[in-house]
Design a protein around this ligand. Structure first.
Ligand SMILES: Nc1ncnc2c1ncn2[C@@H]1O[C@H](COP(=O)(O)OP(=O)(O)OP(=O)(O)O)[C@@H](O)[C@H]1O
Ligand code: SF4
Ligand SMILES: [Mg+2]
Length: 378
């Protein structure tokens, strides 16, 4: 499947940003003891997860054309954008995926909304094999698309500039037939605009008449039009000013509380992630290398890459305390290092790390893929 499946109210895939880790919003409590309550699973009350990804993988064939390969003797080239991603999200909770540019966050997002078919692995939504349903098409796929919606990064690129806001928001209702009749649709568009802090009168305006933050609110209202249960949010605030980011994040959190929404929230910015998530998955070159409840990840990060990202976050109460910028470069994903792909940047790498890929291990309520953690070296 491809981006061409997008409805016409969305103009195209927006350009995806390349911003440094840790830039932007700083949460007030970032340097103090962790204030957030433990997530639901720690109380032993966790219900069946709404979202379950099992060893999900997406490989792109980026080989040169056949003729070039034959003439120049070049091999096929496969790029493992997402490899072996396993996670669950309980209903009403937020899993954040973080990592540097190119680590596979958007590819993971597109797998979950059915824009990409996985190369391997499965994704179950509410107990149903979602990709089997997407592939089968028909009413099953339509229903699933109603229940799973996506919010993109760039509110300037993601709304069709030639459509009025009312039409942009009503389009999914028309497509899915969830609200019948023009009057009922207008009524519902007005309610959705109000739910994101805009006015029903805004439905007759065009996207260019709004600020970036307001446009992202329109994108959220549009995503809510089919009354979805699961929202996949790909860097929804990264293109916005820091002050506006906080407003949009708060709206998203309120909507989640009111409607019991479940979020996959993608960000390169750990300070934003700290604000919104229950669980955090840290991705590096296509793999999740640490998956932990938020408070554990921030108070006791285990993977050296997670530690590197956290050291780079500006902390509000840390004046005078130099933060350490993220060290080194992400290797070429077409030619990843052997063993642990993080080893060229890792201060704890040993010989084993250079040859043996670390498996994901469950340790004290978190999952981490690191030999040094397994060996008790860190
Ligand atoms: N359609 C595609 N065809 C080939 N390669 C792709 C495709 N989409 C993504 N990739 C590659 O897969 C890898 C992961 O890309 P992805 O867009 O998922 O990363 P990301 O973590 O979202 O990055 P960013 O933070 O820059 O948005 C990158 O190396 C990218 O070049
Ligand atoms: S496996 Fe080795 S190289 Fe990889 S993160 Fe752990 S210590 Fe570093
Ligand atoms: Mg991306």
């Amino acid at each position: 499947m491809s981006g061409s499946n997008l409805p016409t109210g969305l103009s195209a895939f927006p350009l995806l940003g390349k911003v440094g880790i840790g830039a932007g919003l700083v949460e007030a409590g970032a340097a103090g003891p962790h204030p957030s309550p433990p997530p639901a699973e720690e109380g032993g009350m966790q219900s069946q997860p709404l979202v379950r990804a099992e060893a999900l993988a997406k490989t792109f064939d980026v080989s040169p054309p056949l003729l070039n390969r034959v003439l120049e003797g070049k091999p096929r080239q496969m790029l493992h954008a997402v490899d072996d991603a396993t996670f669950t999200i309980a209903k009403g909770e937020t899993l954040a995926l973080v990592g540097e540019s190119g680590c596979g966050k958007s590819t993971a997002a597109r797998l979950l909304v059915g824009l990409y078919e996985p190369t391997r692995g499965s994704f179950y939504f509410d107990g149903q094999d979602a990709h089997a349903a997407f592939k089968a098409g028909g009413a099953g796929a339509r229903k699933l698309r109603e229940r799973i919606q996506m919010i993109f990064q760039d509110p300037y690129a993601s709304l069709n500039p030639r459509w009025k806001v009312g039409d942009i928001i009503a389009e999914p209702m028309r497509e899915h037939g969830t609200v019948q009749g023009k009057a009922a649709q207008e009524q519902r568009v007005g309610e959705l605009l109000q739910s994101v802090g805009l006015s029903p009168a805004d439905m007759v305006k065009y996207p260019h008449q709004f600020s970036g933050g307001q446009r992202q609110r329109i994108s959220i209202a549009r995503a809510l039009a089919t009354q979805p249960e699961f929202l996949v949010c790909d860097e929804p605030t990264s293109a916005l000013d820091v002050s506006v980011q906080a407003q949009v994040l708060n709206i998203m959190k309120n909507l989640q509380r009111e409607r019991g929404l479940t979020y996959l929230f993608i960000s390169h910015n750990l300070a934003v992630v700290r604000h919104v998530s229950d669980q955090v998955g840290v991705m590096y070159l296509g793999r999740i290398v640490e998956l932990a409840p938020k408070h554990m990840l921030f108070s006791a990060p285990r993977h050296p890459y997670t530690r590197m990202l956290l050291d780079a976050i500006p902390k509000m109460h840390d004046t005078g305390h130099a933060r350490t910028p993220v060290q080194g470069e992400v290797p070429n994903p077409l030619n990843p290092p052997p063993g642990c792909t993080f080893h060229p940047r890792c201060p704890h790498a040993n010989e084993r790390c250079k040859t043996e890929r670390p498996a994901m291990l469950g340790i004290q309520g978190i999952q981490v893929a690191c030999h040094a953690v397994e060996e008790g070296r860190i």
